[in-house]
Design a protein around this ligand. Structure first.
Ligand code: AN7
Length: 352
C-alpha cells in the first residue's frame, strides 16, 4: 500500500468532522530507529529506539497535527490561519497553508527562533511577525485575534492538532506490536505529551496494546510543570520549548500521573550533551528534541529509573538542520588549509 499521510492512514481513528478536506504533504511514517550503542552508554540492558520526527516534511512532528488542523479549516471554508510559535509550528503552518492556498500569519518571539525555522516560514510564504515578547505573549495575542476575526487558530489549543499528533503513538505500536514500557519526550506547550497519551489509550482500548509510562522533560529555565507555576521569563538554549505558560499543562500533568510517569527538568548542558551523543549515533536533532533522552539519562544516573529488560522509545521531535547555529557555537570550526597534498597529509596524521 502506498503511504498517503496520517489522515488517510488512520482516518477511522481520528475524531474529525465530515467536512474535512485532506491537505497533506505525506507526513508521518517516520522511522523508529534502534540505538543499542546509546542504550549501552546509558547503562545498558534495555531496548532503546528513537522515533525520529525530524523526518517529517517540514522537519518536525508538528506536521502530523497541522495536516488535520489545516484540512479542517479548509473544509469549513476558512481563508486564513494564525499561530504563535517558537519556530516549528510556524514552519509547519506555513507549509500546509501554502499547500492549501491559504493565508498564514505566524507570530514569533523576536530573536528566539532558530534560523532554519524562520527561513522555512518565510520560504513557504507566511506573513511572519516578530513580537518583542515571549511565546506566551504571542499565544495570548493570537487567541484574541482568532476570536475577533475569521482567522483559524492552528496552535495545539485547536483540538484537531491533537487528533493528528496522536498518530505517532499509533505508529509506534504498529511497529513494535505493542506499546513500549517507557516513552520519553520534550514538553513545551504540552500538546504533544497530551496527544501521545490520547493515542496510546485509544489503541489500548481497541487492541489491548498496553500503556507506556511517560517521562516528560522540560528545560530547567522553562519548567512551569515541574515548578507548579508559570514562568514569566523562560530561558533555555532549547528555544523550541522556551515556554512559561503551557496551554495544555493540566492535561500534561494528567498524562504523567495516569501513566505512572513523571515530568522532570534537565539543564541546558545535559540537553547539549545528549544532542551531541545522538549525533554521534548518526541522529542529528535540534536541542529541544534531545531533552527527552537527556531526562531519561538523568533519571537512570540518579538511580530513579531501572530500565533493565524494558523497551523504551525516545521521541526526537525535530531535525538538527533547523538550528545550525547551536552547533557552530558549541563545536570547533573546521580547519582551513591551502590546497596542498603534504599539508593535508600532515593534518590528517595529526588528527589521528
Ligand atoms: C522540536 O513550534 O511550541 O509540548 O511553537 O518544536 O507539544 O509544545 C514547539 C514545540 C518539542 C514541544 N520539540 O512540544 C512551536 C512549539 C520541538 C518543538 C516541542 C516543540 P509541545
Amino acid at each position: 500500500m502506498a503511504f498517503t499521510g496520517v489522515i488517510a492512514r488512520y482516518r477511522p481513528l481520528l475524531d474529525v468532522p465530515s467536512h474535512i478536506y485532506p491537505v497533506t504533504l505525506l507526513e508521518g511514517d517516520t522511522p523508529l530507529i534502534p540505538v543499542p550503542r546509546l542504550a549501552e552508554e546509558l547503562g545498558g540492558h534495555f531496548d532503546l529506539y528513537v522515533k525520529f520526527e525530524g523526518m517529517n516534511p517540514t522537519g518536525s512532528f508538528k506536521d502530523r497535527g497541522m495536516t488535520v488542523a489545516i484540512s479542517e479549516a479548509v473544509g469549513r471554508g476558512v481563508q486564513a490561519v494564525i499561530c504563535a510559535s517558537t519556530g516549528n509550528t510556524a514552519a509547519s503552518a506555513a507549509a500546509y497553508a501554502a499547500r492549501a492556498g491559504l493565508r498564514a500569519i505566524v507570530i514569533i518571539p523576536e530573536g528566539k527562533v532558530a534560523a532554519g525555522k524562520l527561513a522555512g516560514a518565510v520560504a513557504y510564504g507566511a506573513e511572519v511577525i516578530q513580537i518583542q515578547g515571549s511565546f506566551d505573549d504571542a499565544l495570548s495575542l493570537v487567541v484574541s485575534i482568532s476570536e475577533h476575526h475569521p482567522i483559524a487558530l492552528v496552535n495545539s489549543l485547536n483540538p484537531y492538532r491533537l487528533e493528528g499528533q496522536k498518530t505517532a503513538a499509533f505508529e509506534i505500536v504498529d511497529t513494535l506490536g505493542k506499546a513500549p514500557d517507557w516513552l520519553c519526550l520534550p514538553v513545551g506547550n504540552a500538546g504533544n505529551i497530551t496527544s501521545y497519551w490520547m493515542g496510546f489509550q485509544q489503541y489500548h482500548g481497541i487492541k489491548h496494546s498496553g500503556l507506556p509510562q511517560i517521562l516528560g522533560v522540560q528545560a530547567q529555565g522553562s519548567a512551569p510543570l515541574v515548578l507548579g507555576h508559570p514562568v514569566e521569563h523562560p530561558e533555555t538554549v532549547a528555544t523550541a520549548i522556551r515556554i512559561g505558560r503551557p496551554a495544555r499543562g493540566e492535561q500534561a500533568m494528567m498524562a504523567s500521573e495516569q501513566s505512572h510517569g513523571r515530568i522532570i527538568a534537565v539543564s541546558d548542558d545535559e540537553i547539549l550533551v545528549m544532542q551531541r551523543r545522538l549525533a554521534r549515533n548518526g541522529i542529528w536533532v535540534e536541542p529541544a528534541s534531545a531533552a527527552g533522552l537527556a531526562g531519561l539519562a538523568h533519571e537512570v544516573k540518579a538511580g530513579q529509573l531501572d530500565l533493565k529488560g524494558l523497551q523504551v522509545v525516545a521521541v526526537c521531535t525535530g531535525h538538527g538542520m533547523k538550528d545550525p547555529d547551536i552547533i557552530s557555537q558549541s563545536m570547533p570550526h573546521p580547519k582551513i588549509i591551502p590546497p596542498d597534498y603534504s599539508i593535508l597529509e600532515k593534518v590528517i596524521e595529526g588528527d589521528k
